[in-house]
Design a protein around this ligand. Structure first.
Ligand code: PGA
Length: 246
């Protein structure tokens, strides 16, 4: 089994019901894409999005590590499933920085996601200071080791490499820099998991229609996690097309 190709969109804290028209447009423009497509809208839209998403999978942007209980404002993995989600983003750098999430907490959330039957899209990435200090590979290795639970498989886990300094900035690493990190991640996964060679590895951080094809040509890049350019079908559609053709 080769890793499945996945074009994933993260709407972050953007969008109201009106934004679901973008899903209709994507379905109309890409009725049979040559890759898996996932959109992660805000939690308020998961149910309505899933009801009209057709072949597009719908995911949450976070879940709690506990199955239920006194955690005001949080969402349990099973609640995402109940709303129609099949995936959940875990450990996005904005969760790591805004909410102080640690690798240990992220691994616990991934376990909760797996127990509920969700695919966990676990995010890792170095800061600009860490890259400048030559620590990128060590940081990614440590985040992977700490954030991926023992039960991770190619069927229930996707990894997204998102350099913090590339998110929402319009800046991207060079192809060689992405290739270096993705090769490292593939090696680490293959060392630790029986099917680590089959886990889909996404790149994320300022992926746009104009750079998608170049990024998807990099070895061990199996797709993208897209923020800003996933909000509009006219931007996300060409990224789906580029991945389908890769
Ligand atoms: P961006 O965000 O595509 O807007 O850079 C990527 C992400 O945070 O997943």
């Amino acid at each position: 089994m080769a890793p499945r190709k996945l074009a994933a969109g993260n709407w972050k804290m953007n969008g109201t019901l009106a934004a679901l028209a973008e899903i209709d447009r994507l379905l109309a423009d890409h009725p049979q894409p040559g890759c898996d497509v996932l959109l992660c809208p805000p939690a308020t839209l998961v149910h309505a999005a899933a009801a009209r998403a057709g072949h597009i999978a719908i995911g949450g942007q976070d879940c709690h590590a506990q199955a239920s209980g006194a955690h005001t404002g949080d969402i349990a993995a099973a609640q995402l499933v109940d709303a129609g989600a099949s995936h959940v983003i875990i450990g996005h750098s904005e969760r790591r920085s805004d909410h102080g999430e640690t690798d240990i907490q992220i691994a616990a959330k991934a376990v909760a996601a797996h127990q509920a039957g969700l695919v966990a899209v676990i995010c890792v990435g170095e800061t600009e200071a860490q890259r400048d200090a030559g620590q990128t590979l060590d940081v990614i290795s440590a985040q992977l080791a700490g954030s991926m639970p023992e039960g991770a498989t190619a069927a229930n886990t996707v990894i997204a490499y998102e350099p913090v300094w590339a998110i929402g900035t319009g800046r991207t690493p060079t192809s060689d820099q992405i290739a270096e990190v993705h090769a490292l991640m593939r090696q680490r996964l293959s060392d630790r998991f029986a099917d680590g060679g089959d886990v889909a590895l996404l790149y994320g951080g300022s992926v746009k229609p104009g750079n998608a094809a170049e990024i998807f040509a990099i070895p061990h890049v199996n797709g993208a996690l897209v923020g800003g350019a996933s909000l509009k079908a006219q931007d996300f559609g060409p990224i789906i097309a580029a991945l389908s053709a890769a």
